[in-house]
Design a protein around this ligand. Structure first.
Ligand code: URA
Length: 212
């Protein structure tokens, strides 16, 4: 299975335009991120197992159908920006569990420090885990979150990291450290600057989502 999936779609390109534009205000930014998250959610859930069952249609005829048990999925939004994808994933996975993880970046060293985690001890019991983090930059944050999941017994082949923007060094760091992980992203941008920002990117995703 290809570990990095770059989602190409005209609507994705259009929402990336909105997100990148520094003239985009908070309301529109939130909306564009949520809409982008819907497309990414479709791609990120492509491999989920389905269970065969039957329903009776309005014609009184039994039809064989398939269902997804969304309660078997765990969403791990990385604060703050990952919150921008939660509602998108709830649209398709309404019964998914949610474990918030807060990771702060030291602005000088770019080291990541976990300040909050509600990853449950039974995370390994979920069929699939979706880490929601719109920006995959150095990979330091993702590595911390993946280490938490590993401590909870969750193997990386059960994990999909969902981002809007990624850069190669961050992708390589995550894929090398956590074989079997899938990364679904809407863009692979060229570089990181010295402050750890993706360039051209969109700036600070948390600020743009939550500070008006
Ligand atoms: N986090 C952000 O919010 N933006 C970046 O460019 C990199 C990390």
């Amino acid at each position: 299975m290809n570990s990095v999936i770059l989602v190409k779609h005209p609507l994705v390109s259009d929402r990336l335009r909105t997100l990148r534009d520094r003239e985009t205000g908070t309301e529109l930014f939130r909306r564009a991120l949520r809409e982008l998250g819907l497309v990414l959610a479709v791609e990120a859930t492509r491999h989920l197992p389905t269970r065969e069952t039957t329903v009776v249609t309005p014609l009184g005829v039994e039809a064989r159908v398939e269902e997804v048990d969304s309660a078997r999925c765990l969403l791990v939004p990385v604060l703050r920006a990952g919150l921008g994808f939660v509602d998108s994933f709830f649209e398709f996975l309404p019964k998914a569990g949610v474990a918030h993880v807060g990771v702060a970046r030291d602005h000088d060293t770019l080291e990541a420090r976990v300040y909050l985690s509600s990853v449950p001890g039974n995370a390994f019991e979920y069929d699939h885990v979706f880490i929601l983090d719109p920006m995959l930059a150095t990979g330091n944050t993702s590595v911390k979150v993946l280490e938490l999941l590993r401590e909870a017994g969750c193997s990386s082949d059960k994990v999909t990291l969902v981002c809007a923007f990624a850069v190669e060094p961050g992708i390589e760091r995550v894929v090398r450290g956590f074989p079997g992980i899938r990364i679904v992203t809407a863009s692979i941008d060229p570089v990181l600057n010295d402050s750890g920002y993706i360039v051209p990117g969109l700036g600070d995703a948390g600020d743009r989502l939550f500070l008006t």
